[in-house]
Ligand binder design. Structure first.
Ligand SMILES: NC(=O)C1=CN([C@@H]2O[C@H](COP(=O)(O)OP(=O)(O)OC[C@H]3O[C@@H](n4cnc5c(N)ncnc54)[C@H](OP(=O)(O)O)[C@@H]3O)[C@@H](O)[C@H]2O)[C@@H](O)CC1
Ligand SMILES: Nc1ncnc2c1ncn2[C@@H]1O[C@H](COP(=O)(O)OP(=O)(O)O)[C@@H](O)[C@H]1O
Ligand SMILES: [K+]
Length: 498
């Protein structure tokens, strides 16, 4: 598959393995890389007058010398700017030696209107905040408003985390090699990359696989084989039964959004479990969704035993009171033989913040299968130490939380990360700010529950749900409110089925 994400270390490992397997060597990879960038510059900017190529001291700079040489050979006016000579004997030094263009110092660099900038200062090897000359070059480039083509990554963006180390170029186009890196997909890096193109530099799929990379860009191609479709002889309960707990009389809508989404995502039956005080409000708004009174754990147990739901959604609209957290723990304790999976969302997560020790103790059993869908605030309440660890990327934080809670984590946001306890993690890329509307998270929890109830494996179900949620929002378009999402799922499900 082509959806692995490689950290800079994994990419370096892929480079090493490719070189060891031969026939290509280090300078060979660099020539491919530089060639790919030069070709894209010519293709995208055919009328460009001058190309400023900025070269750093490492291999990213090495790629830059190749770009400069190739563009000059095709007749483009190239100005070559470097921060210093590459280390003697390095591939970059070879690339520099092959490039006959005079080098100008970075301090005097100021691009003019009509030119473009190729940023080959720092890529995977960025290890500290950019120094003054580079920051000034970034400022002057931004002031001139000229397009920037970044080699591998915009200088200043961490390939690991997408964080900005002090300052960074804002690229129009980023050309990276073999596979994307997490920094291309995590914010703020994602916004600074512009369009990201992955160029082939002769690193084979088998070589990438040999790095044992565990991170992926979320894409239907790799989870679609698991996407459920109803058996010909299905009945409503065999398609999967989801139970959604409702909040009190003034907060019932969240559960209904979740329930409707579960039904549209293919659950054959959906039951809203409602406190007695909310029955009338729920009854007034539900038609195909089943409604059942549930005030106590005994009520819930009676429902499980009678109706055998596969999956429960607990959290939307419940309030973050301590008793909500206590009930969540009780649900997990009684799950065995009663239901297979629990989706904990919203208040179901926040309410556990005062019962973290008990929660992690219950999770040691690993049962029931658990999916947590926190946004940034909820994540920080349940996993304060992980959230406060500034050395971890969002991808690594989600992965650490998944391991800690023995749960699938859907760490929501513009760059939603889905992580599993076994170390797999995916970054979602079809998100849209249209989803930044109240109640859309409730819809997501219903989609996840429906896919789990249809026996989709948990990590794949979570990835599929996140993608479908965003796809539904995109298809509906501007004006979207959360109520629109369940119906908008219809087309998305149709596109994935059969
Ligand atoms: N065969 C291959 O491997 C291939 C690799 N490829 C290319 O190589 C790139 C990775 O190359 P790389 O590992 O040399 O790292 P790179 O980004 O050039 O930076 C390292 C240099 O910068 C320095 N430095 C770092 N931060 C700094 C700062 N803030 N301010 C100042 N200096 C700073 C650092 O100094 P040091 O930390 O060692 O003191 C070191 O000298 C990758 O992005 C891709 O473009 C392709 O050609 C395909 C084949
Ligand atoms: N700017 C954005 N781009 C993409 N997705 C977004 C953006 N803002 C929010 N979302 C998505 O919208 C949903 C909001 O969920 P949540 O914050 O729980 O809202 P609510 O509690 O109102 O339901 C999440 O799936 C999140 O990933
Ligand atoms: K760069």
């Amino acid at each position: 598959m082509a959806f692995e994400l490689l950290t800079p270390d994994e990419m370096a490992e892929a480079d090493r393995l490719a070189i060891a397997a031969g026939p290509v060597d280090g300078i060979g990879l660099m020539r491919w890389a530089g060639g790919a960038v030069a070709a894209l510059v010519l293709k995208r900017f055919p009328a460009v007058r001058t190309v400023h190529v900025l070269c750093g001291p490492g291999n990213n700079g090495g790629d830059g010398y190749v770009v400069a040489r190739l563009l000059a050979e095709t007749g483009v006016a190239v100005r070559l700017v470097a921060t210093g000579a590459p280390r003697k004997g390095s591939d970059a030094a070879l690339a520099a030696a092959e490039c006959a263009i005079a080098v100008e110092p970075l301090a005097a660099f100021a691009p003019e209107t009509g030119s473009i900038v190729v940023d080959a200062l720092y890529g995977a090897g960025l290890s500290r905040p950019l120094d003054g000359d580079v920051v000034q070059a970034i400022t002057r480039t931004a002031a001139a408003g000229v397009p920037v083509v970044a080699v591998d990554l915009p200088s200043g963006v961490s390939g690991v985390s997408g964080e900005v180390l002090g300052n960074a170029f804002a690229a129009t186009l980023t050309v990276t090699f073999a596979r994307k890196k997490p920094g291309h997909l995590l914010y703020p890096g994602r916004a600074l990359c512009g369009e990201t193109i992955v160029a082939d530099i002769g690193v084979s799929d088998a070589t990438v696989a040999a790095t044992a990379a565990r991170s992926f860009e979320n894409d239907p191609s790799w989870w679609r084989p698991h996407f459920p479709s109803p058996a010909k002889d299905a009945h409503k309960y065999s398609r999967g039964h989801v139970g959604v707990f409702s909040g009190g009389p003034s907060a019932t809508g969240a559960a209904r959004l979740s329930a409707m989404a579960a039904a549209r995502a293919g659950a054959g039956a959906v039951t809203v479990l409602s406190p007695g005080a909310s029955l009338v409000a729920n009854a007034a708004h539900l038609t195909s969704i089943i409604l059942r009174r549930s005030d106590t754990l005994q009520d819930a147990l009676a429902f499980f035993d009678a109706r055998k739901p596969e999956v429960l959604v607990y959290g939307p609209g419940l309030g973050a009171e301590p008793e909500v957290g206590r009930f969540a723990l009780e649900l997990m304790s009684v799950a065995e033989g009663r239901f297979g999976a629990l989706v904990l969302d919203a208040d179901g997560i926040s309410s556990l913040s005062h019962r973290r020790a008990a929660f992690f103790e219950v999770r040691k059993r690993g049962q029931p299968a658990l999916v947590l869908t926190p946004h940034h605030g909820e994540f920080g309440r349940l996993f304060p130490e992980i959230a406060a660890n500034g050395s971890l990327s969002k991808l690594e934080r989600a992965r650490a939380a998944a391991r800690r809670a023995q749960a699938i984590i859907i760490y929501k946001g513009p760059d939603t990360v889905i992580a599993a306890p076994d170390g797999r993690a995916a970054i979602n890329t079809n998100g849209t700010p249209l989803l930044a509307t109240a109640g859309s998270g409730d819809v997501l929890s219903g989609i996840v529950a429906a896919l789990l109830a249809q026996r989709m494996p948990a990590f794949e179900a979570a990835c599929a749900a996140v993608w479908m949620h965003a796809e539904a929002a995109r298809r509906f378009g501007p004006g979207l409110i959360a109520e629109d999402l369940p119906l908008a799922l219809r087309e998305v499900v149709a596109g994935l089925s059969g």
